[in-house]
Design a binder for this molecule. Structure first.
Ligand code: CAA
Ligand code: NAI
Length: 701
């Protein structure tokens, strides 16, 4: 007898309860249990209706994602759902929490669906690189038509109970307290009023209305060209829904199964599922379990520039009280105006009401030029100029006024957090909180742990990330932490390739073709060519003389080509147009720089560009791991996915390296080292892993 699925009797109604914490996922034992309990209830003459529900927090939240890629174990989910559908007694799904993926497909296989107010349903498989493979693509269009089914399945969005009712996905929204109560009440009516067995597979009206109309599918495919660039499963979803409209149910189900299998076998499924689990694992930092957290009610932000204003907005929207400190009244007014502008944009986009914005600005937000205003806050994030002396001055002032136990955080992108901590009387309260621009939008937060940072300060950093709706990643102290340090390395390879013969535009095209949303030169134009220039000047004093240095970007800077903001950078921007055009002037600068060094240009294929870019990224990432700057490969994957546009469907650079094979990556590095041994020193960790025949995944914990 399976314990994860139990059968309860409530008079003439049987309740089948799935109890498989945390989310009642449909692992093998649950599928087996459902099949057996259903069979029992169906064969019990005293049972007149059957309710299926989930225990604890939710109905079934989907297939057990951990089983994908492993040999299938019977019974399959379609087989279990087929039994429900064919059951001669009314089967009712009573939904609460989130009925997702295979869980919602179970509900679609029932004859009726009742949901508690507050429940959500959805088919989010597309986010995992697959499609609803247990009848979801066939039954959903039979309930709501192909166009709405495509919207739902291609977006993967959750649908709230009321909306699901109005669409026709469910039959009733119940005000009952528990799913059992709701399910029993519905079953009672079904018995007393002799409801017919309403099998979704037999519903034809929507299908017949859609049959012969190819425009729904042509439109969907057209949109995918823009929205699903490089993705596999969305195209298969359109094929599956089209099969629902064009084929008899049983043939459609067969087609769905084939397409599902293609998705399961695709590397994108592996990449996306790795991303799913990594982003849940990333907050579980080894050694931090059980660490206390400090309360967070109020916060200070020092510096109201690009980052400070964004950080203030993010904190305000999470319900924190925020005090902004600036160096003079004029800068303060500017900082406050930026906060106001960002919040106003949220109102315009319908994300915030005008009333809430007004309340936030008057009740939660204030500013001062006097540090004494911060005497009672729980945490301060410093976001002043990237200059060690300026930051040290700020930290000294914070140290003088903050209450005991307050956290002192810096948003520095590169500077030494330990040196900042050492300048205070409380180094264990100092931490780096590296937000990404725009700080109210970007989900990544590097939590930079210094030598002396107290575990509870780190734990509070993670709690803050969660509260702000961000993904916190633990990083150690070094120039650039995890993300910017790795970026600096692969970014250099781009400049080398350009000097050696690739055009900046070929490079951008190749990197986009790999799946990044933007090429590195487009990013440079967006961030500002001056930012890269400042970083290079900061490193002038310490640059190793053996390092190759490319001056093309310096020439752009000297020509005043700062990127989008000045109308020209690597690309040329006509008035009001953020999509740049290729510029022969830049190509000319490149040609001149090559000539100065007597470089005979060679050509690079997109694949060659991608391989060098990725090899540089992975090699530096391995060094970051080796040095303990990142604790686990998954921390690097999440950093690159959330902060640097690495395509999610490739799982992150470490996952990608595992999929390509570490031996191939190392072979590439060694062949490039023949041209430039200084830039291409293989990471010891990478060499060791290859020798041991292991991969990065083996280091995830
Ligand atoms: N399989 C296995 N484990 C799962 C899971 C699943 N489908 N969904 C969630 N979990 C695990 C999480 O990994 C996490 O585990 P740890 O505590 O060990 O980290 C735990 O359940 C709780 O998850 P969250 O931290 O995400 O909790 P939450 O309350 O924030 O969110 C949720 C709950 C909305 C269900 C969210 O977990 C979620 O979106 N899950 C995925 C749902 C999904 O994609 N379902 C479709 C699966 S594919 C499918 O069903 C294919 C098919 O057609 C046959
Ligand atoms: P910015 O130049 O836009 O803003 C800095 C602000 O700090 C200015 O408004 C200035 O008036 C104020 N300021 C300077 N000295 C001060 C002092 N002593 N007291 C109070 N306020 C003072 O700079 P930005 O871009 O916001 O960067 C701030 C920090 O964030 C830097 O450390 C930077 O490295 C980091 N950062 C920047 C990112 C970006 O993309 N711009 C991304 C991540 C981190």
């Amino acid at each position: 007898m399976s314990e994860v699925v139990r059968l309860e009797r409530h008079g003439d109604i049987a309740a089948i309860v799935v109890d498989n914490p945390p989310v009642n996922a449909l692992g093998q034992a649950v599928r087996q249990g459902l099949k057996e309990r259903l069979n029992e209830a169906a064969n019990d003459d005293a049972v007149r209706a059957i309710v299926i529900l989930g225990a604890e927090r939710t109905f079934i939240a989907g297939a057990d994602i951990r089983e994908f890629g492993k040999p299938p174990q019977p019974p399959s989910l379609p087989e279990v759902i087929e039994d429900m559908d064919a059951c001669p007694k009314p089967v009712i799904a009573a939904l609460h929490g989130t009925a997702l993926g295979g869980g919602f497909e179970v509900a679609l296989g029932c004859h009726y669906r009742v949901a508690l107010d507050g429940a959500k349903v959805g088919l989010p498989e597309v986010k995992l690189g697959i499609l609803p493979g247990a009848g979801g693509t066939q039954r959903t269009p039979r309930l709501i038509g192909a166009a709405k089914a495509l919207d739902m399945i291609l977006s993967g969005d959750f649908v709230a109970a009321e909306k699901a009712l109005s669409l026709g996905l469910i039959d009733e929204v119940s005000k009952a307290e528990t799913p059992l109560e709701a399910g029993l009440a519905f079953a009672r009516k079904a018995i007393d009023e002799a409801y017919p067995l309403r099998r979704v597979r037999d519903l034809e009206d929507e299908i017949l209305a859609d049959r012969g109309k190819s425009d729904v599918f042509d439109d969907a495919r057209g949109k995918l060209k823009k929205t699903a660039r490089g993705l596999f499963s969305p195209h298969k979803i359109v094929d599956a829904v089209q099969a629902a409209v064009e084929l008899p149910f049983d043939d459609g189900i067969k087609r769905e199964r084939e397409l599902f299998q293609e998705c399961v076998e695709s590397p994108q499924r592996a990449g996306l599922i790795h991303a799913f689990f990594s982003e849940r694992q990333v907050g579980k930092v080894p050694g931090l379990k059980g660490a206390a957290r400090r309360p967070l009610i109020s916060a200070g932000v020092v510096g109201g520039g690009t980052m400070g204003a964004g950080i203030a907005v993010s904190m305000l929207l999470s319900g924190l009280q925020v005090i902004m400190i600036e160096r003079d009244e004029e800068s303060l007014a500017r900082g406050k105006a930026t906060v106001d502008k960002i919040l106003e944009a949220s109102v315009k986009r319908g994300k915030l009401t005008a009333g809430s914005k007004a309340a936030v600005m008057t009740e939660s937000f204030s500013g001062s030029t006097d540090y004494a205003a911060l005497s009672d806050v729980d945490i301060v994030v410093e976001a002043v100029f990237e200059d060690m002396e300026v930051k040290k001055g700020v930290f000294a002032q914070l140290d003088a006024v903050l209450k005991a136990g307050a956290i002192l955080a810096t948003n520095t992108s590169y500077l030494d957090v330990d040196a900042l901590a050492a300048g205070t009387s409380r180094p264990s309260d100092v931490i780096g909180l590296h937000f990404f621009s725009p700080a109210h939008v970007m989900k990544l937060l590097e939590i930079v742990v210094g030598d002396q940072t107290a575990p509870e300060v780190v734990a509070t950093g993670f709690a803050l990330a969660k509260r702000l709706g961000k993904v916190g990643v633990r990083a150690g102290v070094c120039d650039g932490f995890i993300g910017n340090r790795i970026l600096a390395t692969y970014r250099k390879q781009i400049d080398y390739m350009v000097e050696d013969g690739a055009s900046p535009y070929e490079v951008d095209d190749a990197i986009r073709a790999f799946g990044f949303p933007m090429g590195p030169f487009q990013v440079s134009d967006l961030a500002g060519v001056d930012i890269g220039w400042m970083t290079r000047r900061r490193l002038d004093a310490t640059r190793d003389p053996r390092e190759r240095y490319v001056e093309v970007a310096d020439r752009l800077y000297e020509a005043g080509r700062m990127g989008q903001k000045s109308g020209a950078g690597w690309y040329l921007y006509s008035e009001g147009n953020r999509r740049g055009a290729k510029d022969p002037v830049v190509e000319n600068i490149v040609v001149q720089e090559r000539a100065k060094k007597d470089i005979e240009p060679k050509s690079f294929t997109p694949e060659q560009i991608q391989r060098r870019y990725l090899a540089a990224m992975i090699n530096e990432a391995a060094k970051v791991l080796e040095e303990g700057i990142a604790l686990r490969p998954l921390d690097i994957d999440v950093t690159l996915l959330y902060g640097y546009g690495f395509p999610r469907w490739r799982g992150g650079p470490m996952k990608y390296a595992d999929m390509v094979g570490l031996d191939q990556i190392l072979a590439d590095i060694r062949s490039y080292a023949e041209e430039d041994a200084f830039a291409w020193q293989p990471a010891k960790l990478l060499v060791d892993l290859v020798e041991r025949g292991e991969n990065f995944e083996s280091l995830n914990k």
